[in-house]
Design a protein around this ligand. Structure first.
Ligand code: HSE
Length: 298
């Protein structure tokens, strides 16, 4: 509380969707965060983001108002302050951070009226697919699916020893464009390949099996078509695998790529090597984040 005005800060983790063969299904929360503070005010306003997003169409505020609408209530005007640790349009779930924050912010002002499942439903309706929204809300590794228009999400353990070297290019890939690059139809043999690899991928992440993750991470559904949108993909893939990474993935729809290893030293060395070769890129050694979006203590 600040005087008579209520103030709520929500922290949401970055997420990596797909994890290779789990297109629109698998997702993992990572140890990179954005924070959103909502403070009761006379009118809606936004700070802490580029000028173009400082208006009532800001995705956080759209989600905030939508959640109030879902509860059948008039939204309270708020001053929104954003501290975005998760970069925009890089495949690390920045839109899910905004949507989850809006829903959790509204839920806090509404006294906690939504269940986790209801929050997932609102977030998924806005995003169109649950693979980022689920780990953003639940934390950890999730496998999600849609049934009769409703999202369901199944949590899995992720071996805490995994290190995810996130290589974030200095260029964006827009999800809409990356989705257009994926063929609309797929041969049954590729469907079997994809399902079987996605199941193995979950097991490899759970058990920390570096050999299995290298095989299971292979994808034929979207990565072969999307890598063309990331000009440095092939060079970085070769560099990371030659340096001993267990697997190399496109994070979400890109442009971020993830190199997986369980050796902390190797992760740091790999990060330094990539930074040296690509000084304009951001490189972070991340861990799985077990905790989903939450309201921070006042
Ligand atoms: N599953 C989505 C995709 C994640 O790959 O297009 C990005 O929003």
């Amino acid at each position: 509380m600040n005087g008579n005005r209520e103030k709520v800060t929500v922290r949401v983790p970055a997420t990596s969707a797909n994890l290779g063969p789990g297109y629109d299904c698998l997702g993992l929360a990572l140890s990179m965060y954005s924070e959103f503070t909502f403070e009761e005010a006379e009118d809606f306003s936004v700070t802490g983001c580029p000028e173009e997003f400082r208006n009532e169409d800001n995705l956080v505020l759209v989600a905030y108002r939508r959640a109030f609408g879902a509860a059948g209530k008039e939204p309270k005007p708020v001053k929104l302050s954003i501290e975005a640790g998760v970069p925009v349009a890089r495949g690390l779930g920045s839109s899910s951070t905004c949507i989850a924050a809006g829903v959790l912010g509204a839920d806090a002002f509404l006294g906690g009226c939504f269940s986790l499942e209801e929050k997932l439903r609102i977030c998924t309706e806005m995003e169109g697919h649950p693979d980022n929204a689920a780990p953003a809300l639940y934390g950890g590794l999730t496998a999600s699916f849609m049934e009769e228009g409703k999202p369901f999400s199944v949590p899995f353990d992720c071996d805490p020893a995994w290190r995810f070297v996130a290589i974030i290019p200095d260029y964006e890939v827009h999800t809409a464009e990356a989705r257009k690059a994926v063929p609309r139809e797929m041969d049954i043999s590729k469907s079997v390949y994809t399902t079987s690899h996605a199941l193995a991928m979950v097991r490899a992440l759970e058990t920390g099996d570096e050999g299995l993750v290298g095989l299971a991470a292979r994808d034929v559904l979207h990565e072969p078509y999307r890598k063309k949108l990331i000009p440095d993909y092939e060079v970085l893939r070769r560099l990371c695998l030659a340096a001993g990474a267990a697997a190399f993935l496109i994070s979400g729809s890109g442009s971020t790529m993830l190199a997986l290893t369980k050796q902390e030293d190797q992760a740091e060395e790999l990060a330094r090597a990539v930074e040296k070769a690509y000084p304009a890129f951001q490189v972070h050694v991340l861990r799985a984040c077990q905790e989903g979006a939450k309201v921070l203590p006042a």
